[in-house]
Write a new protein. Sequence first.
Length: 354
Amino acid sequence: MSKGLYIGSTRAYSGKNMLSIGIGLYLQKEGVNLGYMKPVGAMSVNQDETKGDEDALFVQEVLNLAQPANLVTPVLVTQDFMMRAFAGNTGDHMPDIASAYKELGQSCDLMLIGGSGHTLSGKYCGLDGVRTIRELKLKALIIDRLQHEVNYDELMSIKEQLGDQMIGVVLNDIPASFLAEIDSVIRPFLERNKIPVLGVIPHDPLMSSIRAFELADGLGGRLIAAQNRAEGMVENFLIGTMQVENFMTYFRRNPNAAVIVGGDRADVQLVAIEGSCPCLVLTGNLYPNDVILARADTLNVPIVMVRQDTYTVAKKMESLMARHKMRDVMKIRQGALLTSNNLDFATIRKNLGL
């Protein structure tokens, strides 16, 4: 039976797929024969007449693995599954997960196990990450993505429940301004609490970027100009509600930012287009004038028109960029590079007995 490493997190959208792919590609280069599964999935898709989880199939594809979808993800959470779970009618699916893990692990050196949501989620149906780790006798590596601060309480709670099965934490998306505090305060604190920091992955704008056409889809808008350039990457966004002079100051500092502005603000729109912003998002369902459309097409600046007001669109944009999936080839390569350059693989391998 192979060894198993569970990739968990303190919250959803922390970088579990990136970590799974990065670790997987690195170990494959080192000659480790890998298997992969995501025991509980929530994004059902069809593969060869069998249902599987979209994230799990994506990780499999990148790692060049070909394992049956129903074994890789034995449990798919649908609305019907949740209703039955709330009514106490789902039964215990852990034996199915254990059986799939055993079957998949027969022919490999290490099984990577992708968590779903965050490590403590899933208790409502008895399939939380902590129980999975315990029952399958896995080691666990937890990723924490910085959002205002490190999630100390969650990490300590997971460590308390898992003990030595939790081999450490990877801190993700750390801005340069916070790295010194990580080294001088956060790392010593966590390690005093027996939580080794096995990686610190710096913030990289590319990893949270999104293409203009994906932005249009996520915001429920439509592309009305330069559709042929909708593959361009958007790294963040600016709100163009200020006076033009003030807007220009912020715009020069953020050349790769989409600009969210009311459809009636032709002055700001023109400045953004002439400055070659990667995408212009017009709010209020207001169509721009012909001059704006012509300049956007000439300078290849995609324009997305949406119905909602500027504040609502900005909140949706913030959420969309935080939750956007790693599907782009450039992101896969960059994520693998960030992982290989910033993880303590020697300690990880030692903990796994590889």
